[in-house]
Design a protein around this ligand. Structure first.
Ligand code: NAI
Length: 335
């Protein structure tokens, strides 16, 4: 469909950083009019999009069949996802309904990979505990002992854009890199050793997850996988929470399998991330449980959250909208 007039976009779950990065460049896109709402996109809030041509949503949205049907009834034909992963979008239903879904497939792989290494270091060297102790004038370092990463083995699962950036960072730390991917990355083949998943579990001192969430990868890290890992492994997930079976992760932590666990993403995150629950009791028991363990460091799905990444997300999303106005499909279309 070609839009001859300017496009009206309802921007769901808008945070101040979203408004800042989109408003900073919006004058370069005069054909696109954005209204922001704090509401999350889900079946009930979809009706707010009446009168809009497109909606803009993020990883925490529910862009399932019900939401898409509600949008289609209102004549909304474009969903602009301002993120790379789109496991929260029912692309099959979107195709059925003739809704175009555009994503931002690459904005700053380094932003996510750098956080992955940050989490590995924080979990390994107990940086959060250490910070809290020193702030409390407690300079005792008992219990904060870490391990060197240099000359250890990093196992990277998923060697696309972010996994590749993580391989480079791990090389900078003097690590040996082994990797698993269903499609080997030709750029990496001379630098890393591709192995089977079982071998990766067996040999890695640090395992970092960088593959998308699909039916195949859901719960790929379960108790069987955990049992195959080396004792004292560091596990980092900056990809999608459901790659790990949380119940099994908790079992593994209690078995003493992990030296450290760093999680930017976790299965129950949807209700929590980006909201201040400091005065309430968390509704999600597994998240509270994970927060209890001294060797677990968690962040709030902030891998994308650097100035460079925010700018690139805004630019690509607005370019996607412009392409949609002009009826152009591009490599960012997933439906
Ligand atoms: P990408 O598409 O460049 O790379 C994904 C890689 O995973 C590909 O090489 C693909 O072949 C591989 N893969 C697919 N199925 C696999 C399987 N069953 N086993 C092993 N590997 C498999 O994607 P990119 O940009 O590197 O992003 C990876 C993931 O990171 C995204 O899907 C998203 O879930 C997550 N992400 C997280 C962010 C955060 O803020 N924490 C921000 C951006 C992305």
């Amino acid at each position: 469909m070609v839009y001859n007039i300017s496009m009206r976009v309802l921007f769901y779950a808008a945070k101040s950083f979203d408004r800042d990065s989109f408003d900073a460049i919006s004058d370069q896109y005069p054909d696109i009019e954005i209204d922001y709402t704090n509401s999350e996109l889900e079946p009930r809030s979809a009706k707010m999009a009446e009168g809009y041509d497109a909606v803009c949503a993020f990883v925490s949205a529910n862009v399932g069949a019900k939401t898409l049907s509600a949008l289609a009834k209102l004549g909304v034909k474009i969903v602009l996802m301002r993120c790379a992963g789109y496991d929260n979008v029912d692309t099959k239903k979107a195709k059925e309904l003739g809704i175009t879904i555009k994503i931002v497939p690459h904005y700053s792989p380094e932003a996510v990979a750098e956080l992955a290494m940050g989490l590995a270091l924080a979990a390994n060297r107990r940086l959060c505990k250490s910070y809290n102790r020193v702030r409390d004038n407690n300079f005792n370092i008992d219990g904060l002992c870490g391990v060197n990463l240099s000359r250890k083995t990093a196992g990277i699962i998923g060697t696309g854009k972010i996994g590749t950036a993580m391989c480079c960072i791990c090389m900078g730390f003097g690590m040996r890199i082994i990797a698993y991917d269903t499609h080997k990355n030709p750029l990496l083949e001379k630098l890393v050793e591709y192995v089977s998943l079982d071998e990766l579990y067996k040999r890695s001192d640090l395992i970092s997850l960088h593959c998308p969430l699909t039916e195949e990868t859901r719960h790929m890290i379960d108790i069987e996988a955990i049992k195959k890992m080396r004792d004292g492994v560091i596990l980092v997930n900056t990809s999608r929470g459901a790659l790990i079976n949380t119940t099994d992760l908790i079992k593994g932590i209690k078995m003493g399998k992990f030296h450290g666990v760093g999680l930017d993403v976790y299965e129950e995150e949807a209700d929590d991330i980006y909201y201040d629950h400091s005065n309430s009791i968390l509704p999600n028991p597994a998240t509270s449980r994970l927060l209890d363990y001294p060797n677990v460091v968690m962040t709030s799905h902030q891998g994308f959250y650097t100035k460079e990444a925010l700018y690139a997300i805004a630019e690509t999303t607005l370019q996607n909208a412009t392409d949609a106005i002009n009826g152009l499909r591009n490599e960012n279309d997933v439906a």
